[in-house]
Design a protein around this ligand. Structure first.
Ligand code: HEC
Length: 304
């Protein structure tokens, strides 16, 4: 068995230490793959047509309202892709309070150093609408930047503060930053070659089987897989438009969760060793999944 050296493979190696000895740099990886679905990145969220075909039920509030009768019906509810949770009819949840907390944090930091906001806004003065274009390739930094990694970077360089992604303070600022794009259609720039390279890497990871169960993300999130069927009380849904509502307030645990923390939770279900938010493999997966949300409005704050 030969393994390519990248994060998910390393996670496998970590769980089966013995195979580490057979790694040879430059080897073609041996990985099983879940059969690849046909997804055209240029279609954005509309790529769900011909994929799960559930988009017509949740594409906008009117459709979600029309199909709200499915809420609570285990066989039908998954078709709403949880979007009914984003409607105003959900009571004020702590995700709204987290936005306020994030706003207060940014105001406090901006008072200390106005450069914090201009760093977040890449030289501008306002954050409005900007988050809808993330993840993006930042030429100056030479890497793909997510909202969460932008916050971590600006906190470090401007404030000398450690506001690491995957931590509550980072999530609060992120949900505030994203709330300033709420309702704005997501527009990850697939015309940027670096973004598309990340997309293709993320796509590959999505189908690559890993972990003790030899599952791929696709084993649960692609039609014909477990998708739409109950799994230990939960029903995996289409990956289209998921990125729109992150960071989300997780009611069961009472805290915000970034999309990369959610990936980590799914990896846990796959029984791999864990990788951390900010890992290049997670960044690539976030690019892949956010391109599948292109055209769908940013939907924070949300609760799941
Ligand atoms: C063993 C099955 C399984 C595997 C494998 C799996 N997931 Fe999940 N995933 C779930 C379930 C169940 C949920 C909760 C229901 C839902 O919203 O889909 C979920 C939820 C999610 C969500 C949140 C959806 C939302 O509406 O908030 C994302 C994002 C996600 N998975 C991504 C991934 C990625 C990326 C991988 C691969 C690293 C992966 N999943 C692997 C079962 C799985």
């Amino acid at each position: 068995m030969r393994l390519k050296i990248h994060a998910l493979a390393l996670a496998v190696v970590a769980s089966f230490g013995a195979v580490a000895t057979v790694i040879a740099a430059g080897d073609e990886p041996y990985r099983e793959h879940y059969p690849q679905a046909r997804i055209d990145p240029a279609q954005g969220v509309n790529g769900d047509i011909g994929f799960s075909d559930t988009l017509p039920y949740w594409r906008n509030e009117e459709e979600v309202e029309r199909n709200a009768k499915w809420v609570g019906d285990p066989n039908e509810q998954w078709k709403l892709n949880w979007k009914f949770m984003d409607l105003d009819r959900i009571d004020l949840h702590p995700g709204h309070l987290a936005v306020d907390e994030g706003e207060a944090m940014v105001a406090k930091f901006a008072k200390r150093s106005p450069a914090f906001v201009s760093c977040l806004a890449e030289g501008g003065a306002k954050l409005d609408g900007l988050a809808a274009a993330y993840p993006k390739h930042d030429a100056a930094l030479g890497r793909i930047v997510t909202v969460e990694s932008r916050i971590e970077h600006c906190a470090k360089t401007v404030l000398n503060e450690d506001i690491r992604q995957g931590t509550p303070p980072n999530n609060k600022i992120a949900v505030y930053f994203k709330s300033l794009s709420a309702g704005t259609p997501i527009r990850v720039n697939i015309g940027d070659g670096k973004v598309m390279e990340a997309y293709r890497r993320g796509e590959k990871l999505f189908y690559a089987k890993t972990g003790q169960l030899n599952f791929a993300c696709a084993s649960c999130h692609v039609p014909g897989s477990i998708m739409g069927h109950k799994l230990r009380g939960e029903t995996p849904t289409t990956p289209f438009a998921d990125a729109a509502h992150y960071p989300t307030y997780r009611t069961p645990v009472g805290a915000l969760e970034s999309i990369q923390e959610r990936f980590a939770r799914c990896l846990g279900q796959m029984r791999t060793a864990q990788i951390k938010p900010g890992d290049p493999a997670f960044v690539d997966l976030e690019v892949f999944m956010t391109v599948l949300s292109n055209g769908y409005p940013v939907s924070v704050p949300s609760a799941r």
